[in-house]
Structure formats: structure tokens, C-alpha cells
Write a protein of this length. Structure first.
Length: 258
């Protein structure tokens, strides 16, 4: 049985109370759903910073990991408004999102920033959810080349600091983020396969995963089969019932449904 990684970023869509209610609903699903209970699915949730502590409490007796949507590249100091990887780890977080297209577009994060944040995550024992993806729709060859270049750039600082470790690579073609439909499953599988090959070639990255985001929703995991290690969900997981549908797909893919 292979474990599928299912991640959810809530971005800034929910208020505080709605976030915690959503966490409570997902925690209840995680307690009873066979995909999570039996280890076929690994779930992680990335709420907003103010919700981290209560979210960790909501998920405390479940296998669900909680993480953050961002971190700073230094571990301490006079950096007003920032949150360090060391604090996230101390709180109990296991994952942290790095390099999302919105951070690049809205806040000017470049390859060096992404690399510094990736290294900060890894040296603090966090799994970076490393977002990669081409800007414009095109062919598989160009998309794979762009993503491999982004991957190499993101890992450069961690490689230099000798703190490489497992990462969750989230392939999110920027043209598919917020679209009505995800990219074509065959296209996704081809790019994810190239990224998996790149990760497998680096022994220090053992345990890394390649998941797909970008309008991911129920039905996609079944279409992808084994060509991706899971999904990175956004708005299509706002309804906990949709997440439960995807967990049903995990069970079906493992041949456990009657």
C-alpha cells in the first residue's frame, strides 16, 4: 500500500471561527476515515498564522499534521511581523509552505528568497511544501525544464548549508491556479514524473513526495493514479465533504473498497 499525501492550504479565505470549525470537522473525518486511520493517506493542513495554536489543539489526537503558509529565513532577531521556522517547530508544526506563486507575484519573492526559506524550514526539521510551476500553459518538456530549474534553485541554499532533507514538491502550474479545471492528468503525470526522477537522484532527499496543486479537486486523484504522490488542495477542500470524497478515492486506489 502506497501512502498518498493530501495537503490543504486555507490561504486567507476563512475567518478565525470558521477556520476552527473547519478544523474540527476535518479532525472528525480523520478519526473515522479508513484512509487516514490505516495510513493510506497522510493529511496536512496549513491554516493562517493566528489559527495555528488552536488548530494544533483540534488535531492533537489525530494523524493530521498542521503547518504554516510561510516562514522567515532567519530563526530569530529584529524582524517585525515575521515568524521563524524554529517557533513553528516548537509549536508542533510539521510542514511549511514555501515559494507559492502568490508570494512571488504579490510580495516579490525571488529564487534566492525561496532558497533561504527552504533552508530555514529544513534546518528546523520542517517539511517544506515547495511550490513549483510554469507561468504559461505549454508543452510538457518546457514545463518540466522550468520546474526542475526551480527545484534546483530552491534547494541551493540548503545544499550549501548541508541541511537537505525530505521535501513535499507541490507542482502547481501557475496558469491552473484558480482555474475552473486542473491541468490535464496526462500532462500532470509527465511533469510529476520528471520531478520525481530529480528527487530520486539525490539520496539526501529520500522520503520526498511530488503532489499536484492548481485547481485540484475530487476526481483528479483517481485520474492520476500512481503518477503523483497526492494532491495539494485549496478552495475545493473548503467543504469537508469534498475532502472526504478524495479520501474515498485513496481507499479505492488501494483496492480496498468493495
Amino acid at each position: 500500500m502506497s501512502t498518498r499525501t493530501i495537503g490543504i492550504s486555507l490561504k486567507m479565505y476563512f475567518g478565525h471561527e470558521r477556520t476552527l470549525n473547519w478544523c474540527a470537522d476535518v479532525a472528525e473525518i480523520a478519526r473515522r476515515h479508513p484512509a487516514v486511520r490505516d495510513g493510506a493517506a497522510q493529511l496536512f493542513v496549513l491554516p493562517s498564522f493566528p489559527a495555528l495554536a488552536p488548530a494544533l489543539d483540534r488535531f492533537r489526537d489525530t494523524p493530521v499534521e498542521v503547518g504554516a503558509q510561510d516562514l522567515f529565513w532567519e530563526d530569530e532577531g529584529a524582524f517585525t511581523g515575521e515568524v521563524s521556522g524554529s517557533v513553528l517547530r516548537e509549536m508542533g508544526c510539521g510542514h511549511v509552505e514555501v515559494g507559492h506563486a502568490e508570494r512571488r507575484r504579490l510580495f516579490g519573492e525571488d529564487d534566492s528568497t525561496v532558497a533561504a526559506k527552504t533552508a530555514a524550514a529544513l534546518r528546523n526539521g520542517l517539511v517544506p511544501v515547495l511550490c513549483l510551476g510554469e507561468e504559461q500553459a505549454g508543452g510538457v518538456t518546457d514545463a518540466a525544464r522550468t520546474c526542475r530549474e526551480q527545484l534546483d534553485a530552491a534547494l541551493a541554499a540548503a545544499r550549501e548549508a548541508h541541511c537537505l532533507g525530505a521535501v513535499a514538491v507541490a507542482y502547481e502550474p501557475q496558469w491552473a491556479i484558480g482555474a475552473a479545471e486542473p491541468a490535464d492528468p496526462e500532462f500532470i503525470g509527465a511533469v510529476c514524473g520528471e520531478l520525481r526522477t530529480a528527487l530520486d537522484a539525490e539520496p539526501l532527499l529520500a522520503g520526498s513526495r511530488v503532489i499536484y496543486g492548481g485547481s485540484a479537486k475530487p476526481g483528479l486523484l483517481s485520474a492520476l493514479g500512481d503518477s503523483a504522490d497526492g494532491l495539494f488542495l485549496g478552495r475545493f477542500a473548503h467543504d469537508p465533504a469534498a475532502l472526504e470524497e478524495i479520501l474515498d478515492e485513496v481507499v479505492a486506489l488501494d483496492g480496498a473498497l468493495p
